[in-house]
Design a protein around this ligand. Structure first.
Ligand code: F6R
Length: 608
């Protein structure tokens, strides 16, 4: 949620820290700060409420040091303010700490430290760490040992970077539930919470494991466990393109990522379609056909848009494989003492692979002996590592807070899983071929939808100042409606409700009026007549309707219509969703919202 960067080497750390923070800002963005030190000793600190640009403006030219740490924050403990921004210092201003995660026993530690004379200057849980580490760095104690001792008293999750003014030759980092990655340069080293901050400087990285620490010096690093045993970690090469972290001529990352979908879907499909047997090959499942045949139920777990993508996935699995499948918010599942069945396959969905609620749900399933697959975008992320196997999306990095291309690729991955499952069960070769060709056609069909961006911008401008919007869909259309409403509310802040079209007359029809327009998913499938009847009911109550489907309904049933190319019925939801992304994007632009960084949100939610 928050972002961490660190640098040690011969150069001035500040430009890297500020640029790295700007790249991480999508993770959290209510305040930011940097601390540097060097041979001249002492810690220089600047932190401000606001964006990284505000921080950059506040950093004076003489703010230099060869060792530094930085942070961009998404508030959990204490309001966004200069004082609560990281880094946090101890009272002697010798130790500086940046932290992602939550220290659960912060109140108790704070009381003890205060009783011993520590004076607290912020409301954060993180400041406790600075005082705790400072209490442990005595003469002759190495910084890493002081950090280990401090972390030994902490309950909670963390990714941290620690600076010591008296030991400017090193930075100590540690990970427990919140990612830390080291970047290996030429006589210089970097660390960050996310590779996006590093790829401009190095492709050689080391992902720390939970419970691991590292001492990082300009000429290398040493990793070790909480009980001081050295670990041996091989660097890996990041294959994501540097360009992925630029807007590439688009006005926003979100628009760029929406337009990247033909390519990202191609990558999700690449090498996985088998035309001969009309099935899909998924090498990472780690389950053979015999094991898959024993699966009686599929339970999909994810949060937010990942949960809605899971709802589409559940329908695909039920339809193609005829195996009961259900998607549930991982954030609910983990708290309700779930029954774990041996013949159920659990599937965790996460773009970032770091969402804490989803990770906790996976751990709960595994603790009880269940088998979990991951549908994950970020290679090597915590959730990917925790799962028994899975499908990587290969959608490329998603920078904008709202998920678009990862959402679409998740649904494509589920289509592959459903096809594979289906062909192991009773899906006929002819039906398998039907799905294979429909999947192959998707990238071009998405391009066709994207060509309507301007027309959709016109519609969005007309409707953006509505008091709210209703999104409705039946069966396959319902998860599309939910995701459409989610996208609109999160980036435009326009209130949006999603309902199954069939439920409208059981209550929400009372809301329909000219002030509450409805976006209705009306695919040309076996439920078309039912959907048209619903449109009639809305129009009879003077509601305004934007129909999204495959053919234009009669004029009296819809005020506007967005047409998308027809796929196979099972895959139609994928294409119906794309115009809703554009609608949300253009509404947010029309309202002057901060599209890539909507208020109160963060890209990866690594706290409970
Ligand atoms: C919505 C959105 C969020 C995420 C959710 C899960 O546009 O981005 O709802 O989908 O926070 O995130 P991941 O997929 O990283 O686990």
């Amino acid at each position: 949620m928050c972002g961490i960067v660190a640098y040690i080497g011969p150069k001035d750390a500040t430009p890297f820290l500020l640029e790295g923070l700007a790249r991480l800002e999508y993770r959290g963005y209510d305040s930011a700060g940097v601390a540097v030190t060097g041979r001249s000793g002492g810690i220089k600190l600047r932190k401000v409420k606001g964006r990284v640009a505000d921080l950059a403006a506040a950093v004076p030219a003489r703010f230099k040091g060869t060792t530094g740490i930085g942070h961009t924050r998404w508030a959990t403990h204490g309001v966004p303010s200069d004082a609560n921004a990281h880094p946090h210092l101890d009272n002697a201003e010798r130790i500086a700490v940046v932290h992602n995660g939550i220290i659960e026993n912060a109140d108790e530690l704070r009381a003890k430290l205060a009783a011993d004379g520590a004076v607290f200057r912020s409301e954060t849980d993180t400041e406790v760490l600075a005082h705790l580490i400072a209490a442990n760095v005595a003469e002759g104690v190495e910084l890493e040992d002081a950090v280990r001792a401090a972390l030994g008293r902490v309950v909670g999750t963390y990714g941290i970077a620690v600076l010591d003014a008296e030991r400017p030759d090193r930075i100590v980092v540690a990970r427990n539930g919140s990612p830390i990655v080291l970047g290996i340069g030429e006589k210089e080293m970097f660390a960050a919470s996310d590779v996006s901050a590093l790829v401009r400087y190095t492709r050689q990285v080391v992902h720390l494991e939970d419970g691991e620490l590292a001492t990082v010096r300009a000429d290398g690093f040493r990793t070790f466990t909480e009980d001081a045993r050295t670990t041996h970690r091989q660097p890996s090469t990041v294959d994501w393109e540097v360009d992925s972290y630029d807007t590439g001529g688009f006005e926003h990352f979100l628009l760029k990522e929406i337009h990247e979908q033909p390519g990202s879907v191609e990558r999700t499909l690449s090498g996985r379609l088998d035309e001969r047997f009309a099935t899909a090959h998924l090498g990472g499942l780690n389950l053979d056909a015999r094991e898959l045949r024993e699966i009686r139920r599929v339970k999909i777990l994810g949060c937010g848009s990942a949960y809605y993508a899971g709802e589409m996935g559940a329908q695909l699995i039920e339809e193609l494989a005829r195996i009961p499948a259900h998607s549930e918010p991982a954030s609910e599942f983990r708290y309700r003492n779930p029954v774990i069945e041996a013949d159920t396959l659990y599937v965790a969905v996460s773009q970032s692979g770091e969402t804490y609620d989803t990770l906790a749900a996976v751990q709960e399933v595994k603790r009880k002996g269940g088998r979990v697959l991951g549908v994950v975008n970020t290679v090597g992320s915590a959730i990917a590592r925790e799962c028994d196997g899975g499908i990587y999306l290969h959608a490329g990095p998603e920078v904008s807070v709202a998920s678009t291309k990862a959402f679409t690729s998740t649904v494509v991955a589920f289509a592959l899983l459903a096809l594979h499952f289906g062909r192991i069960h009773d899906l006929s070769p002819a039906d398998g071929r039907r799905i294979v060709s429909a999947l192959k056609a998707l990238p071009d069909q998405i391009r066709e939808v994207l060509e309507q961006s301007e027309a959709i911008a016109g519609l969005a401008a007309e409707y953006a100042d509505s008091a709210g919007m209703m999104f409705i869909g039946r069966v396959r259309g319902y998860p599309v409606a939910r995701e459409g409403a989610q996208k609109l509310k999160e980036i435009s802040y326009v209130h949006a409700e999603a309902y199954p079209a069939s439920e409208l007359k059981h209550g929400p029809l009372a809301l329909i009026s000219p002030e509450l327009p409805t976006v209705a998913l009306v695919p040309d499938d076996e439920l078309l007549d039912k959907n048209l009847t619903t449109l009639g009911e809305i129009k009879a109550r003077s509601g305004r309707v934007i129909a999204v489907g495959h053919r234009r309904p009669e004029e009296k049933l819809a005020d506007h219509c967005i047409l998308v190319p027809k796929s196979e019925p099972e895959l139609d939801p994928l294409l119906l969703n794309i115009p809703l992304q554009l609608l949300a994007y253009h509404a947010a632009v029309a309202l002057g919202r901060d599209v890539d960084k909507p208020r109160n949100l963060a890209k990866s939610v690594t706290v409970e």
